[in-house]
Design a protein around this ligand. Sequence first.
Ligand SMILES: C[S@@+](CC[C@H](N)C(=O)[O-])C[C@H]1O[C@@H](n2cnc3c(N)ncnc32)[C@H](O)[C@@H]1O
Length: 327
Amino acid sequence: MRKHYPLLSTLRPLLTLRDEVNTQLLAPEVKRLWKQAIRSKHWEGVRCSLRSAQAATLRRQSIDLSQDALQATLETESGALLLKELAFALRPWRIGPYQLGNLFIDSEWRSQLKWSRIGPLIRQEPGLRVADVGCSNGYFLFKLARNNPQLALGFDPVDRCWLQFALLQSIFRLPQYGFVPAGLSALEAFPQLFDLILCMGVMYHQRDPLAAVQQLYRAARPGAQVIVESLVVDRAGTECLVPQGRYAKMRNAWNIPTADALRSFMEQAGFSGIEVHRFGPITSAEQRRTEWAPFESLEDFLDPSDPSKTIEGYPAPHSAAVVGWRA
Ligand SMILES: C[S@@+](CC[C@H](N)C(=O)[O-])C[C@H]1O[C@@H](n2cnc3c(N)ncnc32)[C@H](O)[C@@H]1O
């Protein structure tokens, strides 16, 4: 087990919840991802470098998570090559950016732009239990460090996200921060536990978005704030677009809601004080191909002659967020 320490240490904050979490519900999915991340040949080199990274070479002098690119100054640049190779092996970096010592990780999404829209909507209190569901590598969770949460847990069912989070945590070392290697359905194991839940960029991947919002509700403590952000289609009404085949080349975009459909899901789930925020179209100033995410990106997903449509002819994605409170 010692050799898997960087991943194990991301689970440690869960121990503080052992009396409140239904571990029987959680265990199967965590085990599935554990096997994937620990046994897969694909990650062998990464696991080995992560251990060295955590052991010594990447001690941080200071961190500054208030910048657009989340920053760490390292005690020495002697681990710079190890860090670069490790981060490169973990590509693609979907969200970020990060400035780790001299290394700039220029992610596909310039997530500081989403943060500039969502950050001001978030309750500003210290000592909360917060969750970011679909956290990817944890950029938004790390941003929440400004409020000194009592506990901050990221949920994501993708092994690459877990390994990226483990690398970042081996540098940032925020003791109350953890990663649950499981998806939204794992929230069932965390009844009425969180004071703040972010769920961003996840809803349109759900086959049953209402059931997903109900799951968020059940994981929220009375008085909790829940923020659901999603790609939406800019239409009136409460329908979801159900694409035939792909949407913006995504195979797993099952239901693209309107902003009002998101509101309706929140109402039906029982949230009150609901606000809807419409942010307009996603642009390639925010989502683009980079050296750190060298694959197709937004400009390949939109109709080159009419960027108000996806390549398949559907309305191009906009962004919206709905904020609600559990009574
Ligand atoms: C479009 S990214 C959004 C990342 C980030 N939350 C943001 O808003 O920029 C979607 C993330 O959700 C994760 N995801 C996919 N299915 C999920 C599920 N069922 N539950 C939770 N997360 C999921 C993916 O692995 C990915 O990291």
